[in-house]
Design a protein around this ligand. Structure first.
Ligand code: MG
Length: 431
């Protein structure tokens, strides 16, 4: 535990002052310095228990290997990267961010830093447990995203220290390449992505934000027509999913899913928001098209209810939000027991993609990985898509190296979430 010298000395000063006041009879009996004394005693116990833990560690942990600092930096278009430095010269990379709240997550990481500095980075799971549980107030997107980025960087350090990819530490490769999908809004997008090697795509619902509670028949028809057109462009041997983005009412979602069925979407993503899992489960029971969800669900505890209620058969945890690489590995294990598949959400940067690839390379129930950047202009060796797949990397840790020179021109951003309103009456809608 790192002791903050300033707070320790002010606590000592407080103790002296409080004791003096008590002796002089200027402080009421209730003000006897019980709180500071208890606090100091707790700290001493904690230090003792830490020393005891260190002494009981296997010999390999007696070698000096310490975290020295955590540094975050915003990267365009809307990302936040993390570097965890160590006294062994190994630097771990992570991507702790909530879209539109990069500064808030950076601050959460800053608050985690004193907990980690001086500790051995190799105890990844132990640190995850401590950071997650010692906050007392658990979970939520900001804290789990900060924790996710930290956890990713610790795995990167551990892999680099041992000279192996993270997937080796997760049990070794379950596949030799990882299928990825591209976003597409038009036939041109699909043609372009196909020529770059993609065989899987995802699109959105035409004009979804303006659909209202019960959309006019024209809305459903046009949305289905647009999907049918894109489905034809992908061809029968390719896949295309459709993302409702949690922005469609349950009433409209039911109508839309029914009319989309003949076009066999790869999956229907977030047919409704995930705050009421029963509503999503009811929609899932009405269709044979796989329902996917997960980008706004955090940790194994969040996914438990989705699986138990049969609300989705494709889980899309985001490795930068859900709790990191190993937490998603645990979610994949839970999913396996329900015959559900994993298709990690990732509208973020190349560190996030690298984490998803390490996970995909080591789980049995992987479906497809989302990406919006293969790392061109960010990585020394960007990922490459061949025949719809990225070969699993061979480098240690996350298997990537930042291109610092290229990154220098991309530092900082002020990206905000869009504000969207219903055209007809100006009320707030989801986007
Ligand atoms: Mg989505």
């Amino acid at each position: 535990m790192v002791v903050n010298e300033n707070s320790a000395s002010s606590r000592r000063a407080f103790l002296r002052k409080a004791f003096a006041s008590f002796a002089l009879g200027t402080t009421g009996a209730f003000a006897l310095p019980v709180f500071p004394r208890t606090h100091t005693s707790g700290e001493a116990e904690s230090m003792d228990s830490k020393r005891e833990q260190d002494e009981k560690m296997p010999d390999r942990y007696k070698d000096k290997f310490r975290i020295t600092k955590l540094v975050t930096f915003k990267v365009k278009p809307r990302w936040l990267f993390l570097k965890i430095y160590t006294d062994q010269g190994i630097v771990g990379l992570g991507e702790p961010v909530v879209e539109g709240r990069a500064d808030t997550v950076a601050e959460a990481v800053r608050e985690i830093e004193p907990h980690l500095v001086g500790k051995d980075p190799r105890r990844v799971i132990h640190h995850w447990q401590a950071i997650y549980r010692h906050t007392f107030y658990r979970g939520g997107p900001i804290l789990t995203s900060a924790l996710s980025g930290v956890e990713q960087a610790l795995w990167d350090i551990k892999g680099k220290a041992l000279g192996v990819p993270v997937y080796e530490l997760l049990g070794g490769p379950t596949r030799h390449r990882v299928r990825v999908y591209a976003h597409a809004r038009s036939i041109e997008d699909i043609k372009k992505a196909k020529s770059s090697g993609y065989t899987a795509f995802k699109t959105g619902v035409l004009n979804a934000t303006q659909s209202g509670v019960v959309a006019p028949p024209g809305f459903i028809e046009k949305a289905v027509e647009r999907f049918a057109m894109l489905r034809e462009a992908t061809g029968d041997d390719a896949d295309i999913g459709i993302d409702f983005h949690g922005a469609i009412s349950p009433q409209n979602a039911a109508l839309l899913i029914k009319d989309l069925e003949p076009y066999k979407p790869f999956f229907i993503e977030e047919p409704v928001n995930c705050q009421n899992v029963d509503v999503m489960a009811r929609l899932a029971r009405k269709t044979h098209i796989p329902i996917a969800t997960g980008e706004r669900i955090f940790t194994k505890w969040g996914f438990r209810e989705i699986l138990e209620k049969g609300a989705a058969s494709i889980l899309q945890p985001d490795l930068c939000h859900a709790g990191g690489i190993f937490e998603t590995r645990l979610i994949a294990g839970m999913a396996e027991a329900y015959y559900a598949a994993i298709a990690p959400h990732n509208p973020l940067g190349p560190i996030s993609l690298a984490c998803g690839i390490q996970l995909a390379a080591s789980i049995p129930n992987f479906l497809c990985q989302e990406q919006v950047s293969l790392g061109e202009g960010y990585l020394k060796r960007p990922f490459e898509v061949v025949d719809g797949h990225i070969p699993i990397p061979e480098g240690p840790g996350l298997g990537i190296e930042l291109d610092e020179e290229a990154l220098a021109g991309k530092l900082g951003h002020d990206w905000n979430n869009p504000e969207v309103y219903l055209d007809s009456d100006g009320s707030v809608v989801d986007w």
